[in-house]
Design a protein around this ligand. Structure first.
Ligand code: 6XL
Length: 271
């Protein structure tokens, strides 16, 4: 059988870890030894066929700061996704619960861990599309890893996929995503800056109290998040540089009719 296919009989399901965009996630054991996270996919929550195609590619993304995809169980419904297990759960909750005691050193190591993961994704032309503290996990050794990269492409909930939807990550999105839906590693860099702000505020909500509509307006007018108290000027400068407006490559209409038109079709390995 294909190596991305996991035999469900080799999985034992244990306690519930929580529920995410696609459904319940549980702690399990694979071949009775290896602790894993088992994500059960609710009917109608995911573009399943498209994801199963992509899973073959995602299996090849291996990095110590990426939550590893181990495989999928697609021969029964509901299907499930099996990944590396991270004992200390979601970074956002971890910051809110342990933030106060965390020293600057750990806060900076969190940014370094996630930066290493994102550098790896960029070199593999892979865009996360929803980098945020809520989509990072903490290991038993307090190492932080990036999770659910690229999964936004398979979400069927249009409250999440539409940029005017209640679940769209407006506060982590750059102007070119908000206005033109233009995703790139540069838009991941913008989100990384907001993630740094979340880390140094120990889990505050960015633009707290303001609506998504207000934030689109503020960002478009050039406003940016303030310096967190725990962030030095250097750290703030770093996150601030992530929020540079990218110069828009407008499509110029040719005035003269070109003698010949050739189209470059470059399909990147990952979109
Ligand atoms: C791998 N993994 C996943 C989770 C876990 C649990 C519940 N929901 C989620 N989430 N969270 C977020 C999420 C987000 C997406 C987007 C497509 C990007 C919108 C898609 C998802 F499918 C999820 C998901 O499944 C996760 C993240 O996938 C928790 C773990 N660990 C612990 C440990 C202790 N307590 C709680 N969780 C763990 O090790």
């Amino acid at each position: 059988s294909e190596k991305w296919e996991i035999d469900p009989s080799e999985l034992t399901v244990m306690k519930e870890l929580g529920s995410g965009q696609f459904g319940v996630v549980r702690l399990g054991k694979w071949r009775a030894l290896c602790k894993v996270a088992i994500k059960t996919i609710n009917e109608g929550a995911m573009h399943e066929e498209d994801f199963i195609e992509e899973a073959k590619i995602m299996m090849r993304l291996c990095h110590p700061k990426l939550v590893q995809l181990y495989g999928v169980c697609t021969r029964q419904r509901p299907m499930c996704i099996v990944t590396e297990f991270m004992e200390n759960g979601c970074l956002l909750n971890y910051l809110r619960q342990n933030g106060g005691t965390a020293g600057q050193t750990w806060l900076l190591s969190v940014c370094q861990d996630t930066c290493e993961a994102m550098q790896y994704l960029e070199t593999h032309h892979f865009i996360h599309r929803d980098l945020a503290a809520r989509n990072c996990l903490v290991s038993d050794k307090n190492v932080v890893k990036v999770c659910d990269f690229g999964m936004t492409r398979y979400v069927l909930d249009n409250q999440y996929t539409s940029s005017t939807g209640s679940k769209f990550p407006v506060k982590w999105s750059p102007p070119e995503v908000l206005h033109y839906n233009k995703y790139s590693s540069k838009s991941d860099v913008w989100s990384f800056g907001v993630l740094m702000w979340e880390v140094f505020t120990e889990g505050k909500m960015p633009f707290d109290g303001r609506s998504n509509v207000d934030v689109v307006d503020e960002i478009t007018r050039g406003h940016r998040l303030y310096r967190p108290h725990k962030a030095s000027n250097d750290v703030y400068q770093l996150m601030y540089q992530c929020w540079h407006e990218v110069t828009h490559t407008h499509r110029h209409r040719h005035t003269d009719t070109p003698t010949h038109t050739h189209t470059h079709t470059h399909t990147p390995t990952h979109t």
